[in-house]
Write a protein that binds this ligand. Structure first.
Ligand code: VGL
Ligand code: ZN
Length: 198
């Protein structure tokens, strides 16, 4: 059994003061750093959008941030502009231990499709390559922590379970956005998908 810690999107824009701040997002950083020492591999994910990304409300005339629209691949929340490639908001939180990471995987770079999951874009079919990376390294067990519980952590965990990994989400080292009940739905959806929600 080879175990990896997947640290999801602990970036300035998801922390207090950022463009899409998750309440308490910065509080998890010390605990995540400590947890890294217990794993065979540490992988960081980084939300990484080109300016003018189609998931930004600013690109849709008259649309308010956090409203929903129908995209060719399904329903999509429209977000404030965030995690723009090369911007300070896209950087990892300054206290996050990045040196321990074997791999940093970026997602959301396709201008036409958002990507919550670290494994597939929001069309649920375009792979990021992470599955192949993990499987070719013989990694079987994944623990996930980070931001946000109900979006990127949730989609990553459910996809990983479907792909056959043993998945644990450490909810005390995650923080959620909670849009219209999305946090409770994510917790029950992950459990249903066979994710251990600890
Ligand atoms: C995320 C919304 C938009 C996340 C990323 O990391 O959970 N949420 N982009
Ligand atoms: Zn994003």
């Amino acid at each position: 059994m080879t175990r990896a810690l997947i640290v999801i999107d602990i970036q300035n824009d998801f922390c207090p003061g950022g463009a899409l701040a998750v309440a308490g997002g910065d509080e998890i950083v010390p605990g995540v750093n400590d947890l890294m020492t217990e794993f065979d591999a540490v992988i960081l994910t980084q939300d990484w959008h080109p300016a003018g990304h189609s998931s930004f409300a600013s690109q849709h005339e008259g649309a308010a941030p956090l409203s929903m629209i129908e995209m060719p691949y399904g329903p999509q929340v429209l977000w404030p502009d965030h995690c723009i490639q090369g911007s300070p908001g896209a950087n990892f939180h300054p206290d996050l231990t990045v040196d321990r990471a074997d791999l940093i995987i970026r997602k959301g770079y396709n201008p036409a499709i958002d990507s919550y999951s670290a494994f597939f874009e929001n069309d649920h079919s375009t792979p990021t390559g992470l599955e192949g990376y993990l499987k070719t390294r013989g990694i079987t067990d994944l623990t996930m922590v980070g931001l946000a519980t109900d979006f990127c952590v949730n989609f990553s965990a459910v996809d990983a379970a479907r792909l056959g990994f043993a998945v644990t989400v450490h909810t005390d080292l995650c923080r959620g956005i909670d849009l219209g009940g999305s946090l409770a739905a994510a917790l029950s959806g992950m459990a249903e998908a066979g994710v251990t929600v600890a």
